[in-house]
Design a protein around this ligand. Structure first.
Ligand code: C2E
Ligand code: CA
Ligand code: CA
Ligand code: CA
Length: 278
């Protein structure tokens, strides 16, 4: 019934909610987006707080859909995760991110870390290690320049397998960050057990640090907890000078946010790499 031309929309609205229809349509488009080359990677610098020099970058996917325009990852990543499409999309991101890092190094830019987000399903997929190893091998990227951002809630699932996967990634020489720290579970024992390099304070806590005393206390506590475990701390979502001043006063290591740079296409990122003074 789906393909019957003019009656198509009528049939659907008669039988299902428009949201279901929209989801199915979006899923169909998402399925074809890789072969149609509709994805693009954006890059957002992470800066050393003391020097303002670039320490790394986070890779953030963008989807240019011909019918709908730019679709936010906050919309389609959850759908990709639900449908399993995150596996091919994630492999595409990883491969292209490594390739871009190598291209920039070969063009003579001093190497910086390239951080790629992994969703729960990607992280728990049996193919993860092979996918990461292939991306590194096929592009020739030195693993020490690859960082994987894994959310706190992903890390709490299936802990034995999680620990195993993290160990294998570490053995490969890859850096691991805990993303969205503070939004997940309350048990902190995993911080001691798992081999992390870096902790990212979720922007929900950063937003009000200059005005909300409790958020300020939480962020200060997270920074000192991380340091006592030998983890570097990056604050995300830094938008104001007040937030920056607070983070500096509390010894945060790195920052990422609109105050300095928005995520940007590769071409623009190149100019940032050229402009830096280190
Ligand atoms: P995330 O990993 O927490 O990424 C940070 C988000 O904060 C990004 O949103 C970024 O553009 C935004 N951001 C950066 N600085 C600021 C700031 O100063 N203020 C505010 N308000 N926002 C800021 P984006 O690019 O829309 O991505 C949303 C989420 O989608 C990401 O959250 C991540 O969970 C997911 N995502 C994006 N790209 C990928 C990907 O390649 N793979 C996977 N698995 N997930 C991705
Ligand atoms: Ca992230
Ligand atoms: Ca985050
Ligand atoms: Ca987030």
């Amino acid at each position: 019934a789906k393909e019957q031309g003019g009656n198509r929309y009528q049939l659907y609205t008669a039988e299902m909610k428009s949201t279901d229809f929209e989801r199915m349509e979006l899923e169909g488009h998402l399925r074809k987006a890789i072969e149609r080359e509709e994805f693009e990677l954006y890059f957002q610098p992470k800066l050393h707080l003391h020097s303002s020099g670039i320490s790394g970058m986070e890779v953030l996917i963008r989807w240019h859909n011909p019918q709908r325009g730019l679709i936010s990852p906050a919309t389609f990543i959850p759908l990709a995760e639900e449908t399993g499409l995150i596996i091919p999309i994630g492999a595409w991101v990883l491969r292209h991110a490594c390739e871009q890092a190598v291209n920039w190094q070969q063009a003579g830019h001093a190497p910086v870390r390239m951080a790629v987000n992994l969703s729960p399903r990607q992280f728990l997929s049996p193919d993860l290690i092979a996918t990461v190893a292939d991306s590194l091998q096929e592009t020739g990227l030195d693993p020490k320049f690859l960082e994987l951002e894994i959310t706190e809630s992903t890390l709490m699932q299936n802990t034995e397998k999680t620990l195993n996967t993290l160990r294998r990634l570490k053995e490969m020489g890859i850096r691991i960050s805990i993303d969205d720290f503070g939004t997940g579970y309350s048990s902190l024992s995993y911080l001691k057990r798992f081999p992390f390099d870096m902790l990212k304070i979720d922007q929900a806590f950063v937003r009000d640090i200059a005005h909300d005393r409790k958020d300020a206390e939480i962020v200060a506590a997270i920074i000192s907890l991380a340091h006592s475990l030998d983890l570097d701390v990056v604050a995300e979502g830094v938008e104001t000078e007040e937030q920056l001043a607070f983070l500096r006063a509390h010894g945060c290591d790195e920052i990422q946010g609109y105050l300095f740079h928005r995520p940007m296409p590769a071409r623009e990122f190149e100019r940032v790499l050229l402009d830096r003074t280190e």
